[in-house]
Ligand binder design. Sequence first.
Ligand SMILES: *[C@@H]1O[C@H](CO)[C@@H](O)[C@H](O)[C@H]1NC(C)=O
Ligand SMILES: *[C@@H]1O[C@H](CO)[C@@H](O)[C@H](O)[C@H]1NC(C)=O
Ligand SMILES: *[C@@H]1O[C@H](CO)[C@@H](O)[C@H](O)[C@H]1NC(C)=O
Length: 538
Amino acid sequence: MEKAVLLHLICGVLAVLGVYVVKADDPYRYYTWTVTYGTLSPLGVPQQVILINGQFPGPRLDVVTNDNIILNLINKLDQPFLLTWNGIKQRKNSWQDGVLGTNCPIPPNSNYTYKFQTKDQIGSYTYFPSTQLHRAAGGYGGLNIYERPRIPIPFPNPDGDFTLLIGDWYKSNHKALQQSLDSGKSLPFPEGVLINGQATTTFNGDQGKTYMFRISNVGLSTSINFRIQGHSLKLVEVEGSHTLQNTYDSLDVHVGQSVAVLVTLNQPPKDYYIVASTRFTRRVLNATAVLHYSNSHTPVSGPLPAGPTFEIHWSVKQARTYRWNLTASAARPNPQGSFHYGKITPTKTIVLANSASLINGKQRYAVNGVSYINPDTPLKLADHFQIPGVFSENSIQNLPSGGPASISSSVMPASLHDFVEIVFQNDERTIQSWHLDGYDFWVVGYGFGKWTPQSRSRYNLVDALTRHTAQVYPNSWTTILVALDNQGMWNLRSAIWERQYLGQQFYLRVWNPVHSLANEYDIPSNVLLCGKAVGKHP
Ligand SMILES: *[C@@H]1O[C@H](CO)[C@@H](O)[C@H](O)[C@H]1NC(C)=O
Ligand SMILES: *[C@@H]1O[C@H](CO)[C@@H](O)[C@H](O)[C@H]1NC(C)=O
Ligand SMILES: *[C@@H]1O[C@H](CO)[C@@H](O)[C@H](O)[C@H]1NC(C)=O
């Protein structure tokens, strides 16, 4: 046997043992979730919604760092279905990411058991359907990862913990909305905003106590501003980063993002408005909920607290105040700031420009001139089984190109352990929200106009926070730095669902030619096969 092969084998065996030993320490949590249609009236008229175990929003997943999640998802819809775990890094495990580039969708009346670990994460996340336009019908929920015992978090344990899933909403059926997109039209303006699937929800607390509000934007397209009448919001966590604890009157939360704030009930006993209103929209939609003091006998009153509506500079300024607390611990005992990201020279720069255009007379969206379509065979399976003709690695370039947009199942190659600078260049007049699966990244700069290499002088290379979804303001750029330390096939997409659905996404294939279980887990034994992967043996 050749030395290299032997070494490789030993490494593989060690990796398996290593994984096993680590996993054996960490608890397993088992779930069975059944997805069905139901009828609810979130905006006052009955409509079809997607329920998980009879609930909308779906059940809240409350887990602890490093827990192993074994979740059997049973699809009782009339269409194939997948859930994705927004912000769960799926270390070495893009097999479980639950998007169409990594997984075959679960056929109707069938099931798939997801197996993943919430490795080295603490914070507020969500899950939602990644298939078709199911997200417009619900199927989403909160996913909170709590710290392990003996891992200190940089704030006292709150007296209570609320999860708020906020999003724009349509009364139309998801199939009708999807049909409209398929026929080449954009979605209309949303008809309302829901907080936890309802037009009115009440959150109860005791005067003098402090509560955590975990706020996620689970909507399809609209940024929101969040505020509570008479109360200030102390920001403590953004998608797994512990922040400098600044206080704000209101916070912008863009599509796909999550923040956690502490709110002290330090006002006279009465009920207060909680407001979420749409941002950067000509017409402003407001959703309200109620913060009820347990000793209150006075219902909510007065005008809704005002918030920003179209002000872009306001939002940019606020975004720049979000900072990492460098001395706070994270999921592991070492402080967040012990990784000096600003001292690393990126191995490459990728500039990604979004665009909207008609292709064959239909509305499409593109990244660097390429509008993504899902192949019948998930990219990850085509890669694993070496099935040709599903994707090519030179379909999308590192820099924007002129010329008309084309359609492709675009995959960008990257080497494991590259450290990349990604500039999101938005030359359109609408706000963008970009999400990367499998990672969090440092958001080092927001700027107006065109990015140039000189723009780097304004980066925050000291205490930018890490997150999984970054907004890009109209006619502006946002730069992120990413340590590509997680092998796999990872979706980089617009979190704005119409754009995602109509092509503003692609996959980053983070790869190392040495096959090793230390870099990536093996294909799951229960993998679903579809397209050209049917009949292959995992
Ligand atoms: C479907 O559920 C059964 C248990 O009811 C499980 O044994 C099986 O592995 C699941 N199928 C997949 C593809 O995960
Ligand atoms: C940062 O975290 C440390 C350690 O938990 C904490 O003592 C400190 O108050 C935090 N600083 C700010 C500004 O939030
Ligand atoms: C909704 O919120 C916006 C922004 O604060 C405000 O301008 C508008 O008056 C509010 N609408 C209602 C009905 O209160």
